[in-house]
Design a protein around this ligand. Structure first.
Ligand SMILES: Cc1cc2nc3c(=O)[nH]c(=O)nc-3n(C[C@H](O)[C@H](O)[C@H](O)COP(=O)(O)OP(=O)(O)OC[C@H]3O[C@@H](n4cnc5c(N)ncnc54)[C@H](O)[C@@H]3O)c2cc1C
Length: 592
């Protein structure tokens, strides 16, 4: 879609009024960063997204990556667009200053990331993985590795890849079998990784793979996995890419969507061993990789948001133009006049606003964690980030399936045929609930590690904050009914938490069977919470005569719609949780 436009007003409203960006920047000592700068940054990113990335979206779909004799060739035009992205400094936006980053708040990273994904998901996956790899190396790598690799990765000169999956090791990484044998100052890596996003391309002079593998004496299971940095080209004495390393793409997948993003089978060590360097401690690679995965999981959630927003923007003009109603005088009117088409468009509009709100809240929490001067405070924020991450990844990407489906549905038959571009959003969104941990894995993470793991303490803190918002809403004229609805939904969250602590901690089937439904309940609840905060702010600003009146009045409507049409879903999710897992597990496998 080449006429994509980032929803600046919504982003700016969230940043200024819900997150209190200026105060947060002042508290963090970021004296030169404020909402004015944020607006300017988003305008600039929006321009690159609309003018350079968006026109390539369909090109990526129709002329996907190909595997040639010298490796993977990306979609024509991608390299030039990526070059502009890197030269303009977008790759370095949130990275630390020590290695050339701009150290901007991650809230701005989240907002700009939405732009890239709305405009061209397939291309934008490449920088997503690089950002995650940078985080992992910065947190776990030696000083030597950091100074050798980070400056070029942060500048965008080199990209990164994440090599976890093997044919027998998908969700269950305990089965990773790639080998790492020590030799001199490095390791020799061998084995095959599958489904590696942007594992090879010609856009940059080097690619830095982060690879999970096992040392010869490693214990079985996840406690025996180590993380290695494996460059496509080994660095010469000047630190520049030189000799070709023994890692090659040997195949790329043909798939449902994101055709412009090469999904590579990577072979390591066919000619004696790929040179790799240990990142972090031996046998603790999964923990180091989690730094990358957590970053990427929030990023994939934002992908879900970006694609849903693009699908919405595509559906609106079609709904205004497509004539299907006939008045008594014989004149025709557009489908946007039909209540059911309004239902679909309002669902898309209010859901994307709620998704954006939650994504920004989560990013702001990451900023608070990073900027906290007191370790105890940093730990509290880290726990909240931990709670948000599976919800952002799971709920945003699941909702994106429904919203891109609706985008196609609004188009009728024209949505199913490829010309409008709507079908591409639907196809591109499909992978997002699968990679970076399936929805099932996000549910287990939320229930297991993040809820049962601490006896529900972090979750209770979040529910308490939501309860405080209920009281704030109740005190605002005109928001009483919405306050009651949020109160009921928070109570459903409280009931689900209590049930999980009682039943889920005793019965694995109960915990596992409830996990995705609990994650979805929490997603709709978090969405209601941020929309409730938005309703308060919009009402207060309108009463004070401040702000953009048209935008604020629209916000009042989208928040009300969310409360009437999306928030009630929490009740259904609670009912499924309380039903337990008995009927779910009652049949023998043979009975299916
Ligand atoms: C286009 C694409 C790009 C990808 N990019 C990358 C990449 O860059 N790097 C990389 O390393 N990998 C990548 N992957 C791999 C991806 O992360 C895996 O496909 C994903 O983790 C799921 O693993 P699997 O395919 O083996 O499915 P399986 O693990 O076999 O899962 C099948 C089903 O079983 C469920 N399931 C499995 N285990 C459990 C459990 N314990 N509890 C409940 N349910 C469970 C799953 O939820 C799913 O519904 C990519 C995959 C694709 C298709």
């Amino acid at each position: 879609m080449s006429d994509y436009r980032f929803p600046y007003k919504d982003a700016s409203f969230l940043i200024n009024h819900i997150l209190d960006f200026d105060q947060a920047c002042a508290d963090a000592g970021l004296d030169e960063v404020n909402s004015e700068l944020a607006d300017a940054i988003l305008e600039e990113a929006g321009r690159l997204g609309s003018e350079v990335f968006a026109p390539l979206n369909v090109v990526g779909d129709t002329k996907g990556a190909t595997l040639e004799g010298d490796g993977v060739h990306e979609t024509p035009g991608f390299a030039e667009a990526y070059q502009q992205y890197a030269e303009m400094g977008w790759a370095a936006l949130c990275a630390g200053e020590e290695y050339g980053g701009q150290a901007m708040p991650r809230v701005l990273g989240a907002a700009t990331t939405e732009i890239w994904y709305s405009a061209c998901t397939a291309l934008s996956l490449c920088p997503l993985l690089t950002t995650g790899a940078v985080e992992a190396i910065a947190k776990h790598g030696t000083d030597e590795l950091k100074s050798a690799y980070l400056p070029d990765m942060i500048s965008g000169n080199w990209t990164g890849s994440m090599c976890l999956t093997e044919s027998a090791a998908g969700s269950d990484l305990a089965a990773v079998a790639c080998k790492a044998v020590p030799k001199d100052d490095h390791f020799l890596i061998s084995g095959q990784k599958i489904y590696i996003t942007w594992g090879d391309h010609q856009m940059t002079e080097n690619i830095i793979h982060l690879v999970l593998a096992r040392l010869p004496d490693a214990p079985a299971g996840v406690r025996g996995i180590s993380l290695f940095l494996v460059p496509k080209f080994l660095l010469d004495e000047n630190g520049r890419p030189g000799e070709r390393n023994d890692v090659y793409c040997v195949g790329i997948e043909h798939k449902l969507g994101i055709h412009g993003s090469p999904t590579c089978t990577m072979s390591f060590g066919d000619n004696g061993g790929a040179v790799g360097y240990l990142v972090g401690k031996p046998n603790q690679g999964l923990m180091a990789m989690f730094t990358m995965m957590n970053e990427a999981r929030q990023g994939v959630g934002i992908q879900g948001l970006g694609v849903a927003e693009a699908s919405f923007q595509q559906a609106v003009p079609y709904a205004k133009e497509r004539l299907q109603g006939t008045r008594s005088d014989g004149s025709r009117y557009p489908i946007i006049e039909f209540p059911d088409v309004r239902r679909m468009l309002m669902l898309m509009k209010s859901a994307t606003e709620a998704m954006r709100g939650l994504a920004y809240l989560a990013a702001a929490e990451t900023d608070l964690e990073h900027n906290a001067s007191d370790p105890e405070k940093a730990q509290q924020h880290a726990l909240r980030v931990g709670l948000y991450t599976p919800i952002v990844k799971g709920w945003l990407t699941e909702l994106s399936q429904e919203l891109t489906y609706l985008g196609t549905q609004v188009h009728g038959g024209m949505g199913y045929v490829e010309e409008t571009g709507s079908a591409q959003f639907y196809r591109d969104a499909r992978i997002m609930t699968i990679y970076e941990g399936t929805t099932g894995i996000q549910g287990l993470d939320l229930v297991g590690r993040k809820t049962l793991g601490d006896g529900g303490v972090a979750l209770q803190g979040l529910l308490d904050e939501m309860q405080a918002t209920v009281e704030d809403m109740a005190a605002v004229d005109g928001l009483g009914e919405m306050a009651d609805a949020l109160r009921a939904a928070v109570d459903q969250g409280v009931q689900a938490r209590a049930w999980l602590l009682e039943k889920g901690s005793q019965d694995r089937n109960d915990a596992g069977g409830a996990s995705v439904n609990f994650m979805m309940l929490m997603g709709y609840l978090c969405g209601g919470w941020v929309m409730g905060k938005s309703a308060i702010k919009a009402t207060q600003l309108l009463a004070a005569g401040g702000g953009d009146e048209a935008f604020l009045k629209t916000k009042q409507v989208t928040t009300r719609f969310y409360f009437e049409h999306l928030l009630p879903r929490t009740a259904a999710y609670l009912a499924t949780i309380l039903a337990g897992s008995e009927s779910m597990m009652a049949l023998d496998a043979e009975q299916f």
